[in-house]
Design a binder for this molecule. Structure first.
Ligand SMILES: CC(C)(COP(=O)(O)OP(=O)(O)OC[C@H]1O[C@@H](n2cnc3c(N)ncnc32)[C@H](O)[C@@H]1OP(=O)(O)O)[C@@H](O)C(=O)NCCC(=O)NCCS
Length: 289
């Protein structure tokens, strides 16, 4: 398809949630079904809910693409922490491969530049050759192959590691773990997890050594060691959404997860642009929230 010239880009508003959510569901379902994978968004309602959250959250910036007054795609920049998160980006299947995605990416990256984010991260579906190429062309580098894991809750304790609910008073200690592992905190996302009641932390040797905003598709986790993450994973009552994300290069934790009955749903790629520090500890990325 040739590039669309009269495309209009504008900031998204809560009123766009329904149209953007429907396109998001259709776009992900289309590409997933073509490759025989389950869609990331189980229904249009699920996608509308996720887009509503982004479009109403003061620290998310959404950009919408319109053609002849009709919404044909959207992109989201998560501005809650030091490194911005990008996605979901989706384009109406009827106008894909005509550079709408490229324009939506450039708009989000302009915004990140304006707001002086030192880096941007995203998760890409590994089977999607088009998005991998588009992101690479725009400057993103591949950092990690990531597996999405799903299965029955493990329901076990790791001796010496205590898991409890995280509270606002724990924010500083949790952020310190994240800074030690990633070189920056993800405090804005953690605060949301605390307010949602999904955030948990792990204590070992009398101090906080790891936390999770949720062991889920939309949650991230950080631990000084694999044992901290094992304690958090084994404590989870469910793995929300499509499953939780685990860097495949962490073979020890991957093998432990497999030995506990978890199964891979799909492989994704963690990509970054700008500041990125090789993690100095254990971590589970989040698809977004
Ligand atoms: C991913 C998505 C947002 C991209 O938007 P799009 O408008 O279709 O993409 P664009 O036309 O802007 O860009 C695609 C680029 O990939 C290139 N491309 C496509 N297939 C390719 C391949 N197999 N190898 C290399 N490059 C390829 C195109 O040539 C184009 O580059 P160009 O502009 O330099 O010519 C859109 O396809 C979509 O909504 N997909 C489903 C949902 C999804 O996967 N979202 C992303 C989650 S990670």
């Amino acid at each position: 398809m040739t590039a669309i010239v009269d495309l209009r880009l504008r900031p998204g508003t809560p009123a766009d949630a329904e149209a953007c959510g429907r396109i998001c569901h259709a776009a992900f379902r289309g590409i997933a079904e073509r490759h025989g994978f389950p869609p990331d968004f189980v229904s249009a309602e699920h996608a509308i809910e996720v887009l509503t959250r982004a479009l109403t959250h003061p620290r998310f910036h959404c950009v919408v693409a319109e053609l002849d007054g009709r919404i044909v795609g959207s992109n989201v920049l998560d501005e809650r922490s030091t490194i911005a998160g990008l996605g979901p980006i989706t384009v109406d299947p009827a106008v894909q491969n005509a550079r709408v995605g490229r324009r939506l990416m450039l708009a989000a990256l302009d915004r990140a530049k304006e707001r002086a984010f030192p880096g941007v991260r995203l998760l890409q579906a590994a089977y999607h050759t088009r998005s991998l190429s588009l992101y690479t062309a725009l400057g993103f580098d591949v950092r990690e192959p990531v597996v999405t894991l799903q299965g029955a809750p493990i329901g076990a304790a790791i001796p010496g590691y205590t898991v409890r609910e995280a509270h606002e008073s724990d924010l500083e200690a949790c952020n310190s773990v994240c800074v030690a592992v990633h070189g920056h905190d993800r405090g804005g996302e953690l605060l949301d997890g605390i307010h949602l009641g999904t955030a948990r932390l792990v204590e070992h040797g009398g101090r906080i050594t790891g936390y999770t905003t949720a062991i889920a598709f939309f949650g991230h986790s950080v631990g000084e060691t694999d044992e901290d993450l094992k304690a958090l994973i084994a404590n989870a009552r469910e793995f929300g959404g499509a499953g939780f994300l685990l860097p495949a290069r962490n073979g020890a934790l991957y093998r432990w997860s497999l030995a506990h009955g978890l199964r891979v749903v799909q492989v994704m790629t963690l990509m970054t642009l700008g500041l990125y520090n090789e993690p100095a500890g254990a971590f589970l990325p989040s698809i977004l929230y």
